[in-house]
Each structure stands twice: as structure tokens, then as C-alpha cells.
Ligand binder design. Sequence first.
Ligand SMILES: [Zn+2]
Length: 271
Amino acid sequence: MTTLRIPITMCHGTSDAGDFPLSRDHFATLVGIAAELGFTSIDYDQLAAWRNDGVALPPQPILFDFDHPVRSMLECHEVLSAQGFAGNLFVNTGPMEGDGYGTQTMTWDEIGGLHQAGWHIGAHTVTHPNLSELVARDPQGEQLQWELESCDATLQRELGLTPRDFAFTGTSWSSVAEQKVMQRYRFGRLWIVGSQYQADGEAIRYADLVGVSGDDEADGGPPCAARYITAETPAYRLPSMELQCALSHKPAAFRAYLKGALASDPAAADV
Ligand SMILES: [Zn+2]
């Protein structure tokens, strides 16, 4: 029996910024590869049903994750829905209460529309603190607790839903944050942009944080085995692969990542 490996992508909407811009067209190219290879998008409810209750997933499952309620998420939705896919959006609620509401961010109605269209909504704090650095001034996690409770309360008030899943902020993690997240949510999701992470104020290899053995790969990222969700991946240390970085921005690299989910050995799937 082969191990099911679920690829999971992450981005902050479309963006022309940075060394690895993600235009609508580029995003559509990557999403088209997932469609061509026969993947089916799933959400965290399906992931939980599979992991906790043994409910079968559709063939070749993939998670398309997105952080931040930015307006370009509407474009991502158009691209995904054209292929029959839906995403998982993790909302930090602070920007929804700021000056950019409705211009830089979506409106609550628009987020509700995504939810209606099959998108799954998760929590991502209020002010988006660096969780690794927050430990030093908030050792008991009281400020963090406020971040989680307030985010959840706002999502409940505005969307009528209680988030069950959480995305950690940036590449920052703390054991206090994980404890708080475990008390509140089903899953905690991390973010891979390279091989390194920050945990409890220290630098750490991502692979070490998630307990995956082996050397980092030549592309600068963690071992291939750390890049997919499996039945064994710690529920509060799920991976996600950023599209706007060297690891999966090029169509060939992205295709290799997806094919790695289908191969018996993910490291052998390079195209
Ligand atoms: Zn974020």
C-alpha cells in the first residue's frame, strides 16, 4: 500500500511584486497543470474526515490554500472555479477593520460569496504577529489568546461561521502558540518558502520542526517528504508550498511537485 501524499499550495492572492510575481495568467498556468494531471481540490473538512474517520478522499486530492483577505482572491477564485476547484482562505481580521476595507481587502459579502461557492474559511489571527518573537513578551500567551479569540469572534459575527482550522503567521512558530491552537482548532498549517523556520525565538530547519528526516533538497527547500500532507503529518504542523518562491514558481518545478505526490518516491519525480 502506498502512502497518500497530498500536495498543498499557498499564496497571498495574485501579485506582480517580488522576484517571483504571480500574475493571474501565471496562476492559471499552475492551476491548469493541476487540472491536467487530474487533481481534485479538497478542503479541511474532507481532510479531517479522512484523517480522523477514515472517510475516503477523492482521487488525487490537493489543497489550494490562501492567506489574507486581499481583493485579488476574487481573481484566484475565477481561475480555480474555471477548473472546478475551490480554495481554503485563512483570514487575518485586522485588515478587514482598517482603511483598506473593500479596496485592498475583499468585503465581508465577497468573502461570504467565496464561502458560498465552496471555499473553506480558516483563522489567521487579527494583527498577524510574528509568533516566534511574540513569546519573549507574551510568555503565557495571553496576547496570543486574544488574537485567536478576537479573530474567531469577528468571523462568527461577520460570516456566521466558527473557524476550525488555523494558519500560523509567516514562517514563525512557537510552542505556546501551538498549545493554544491545539485547544481551539483541528489543524495548524505552516508555510514553506525555503528550508528554514523560526521557532520559540530560534532559527530551526523546517524538517526538524516537523520531524522529517533527511537532508534539505538542492532547490533550497526541505526534504521532499516534508512538502506533502500524509496520514502521519502532525495535525498542527501541516505544510504548504508557497507559489511565489523558487521551490514551485516555475511551471516545471510545480509540475514536479505535483507528480511527486503520485510517484512511489517523491524525490524521483523530477521532470
Ligand atoms: Zn499571513
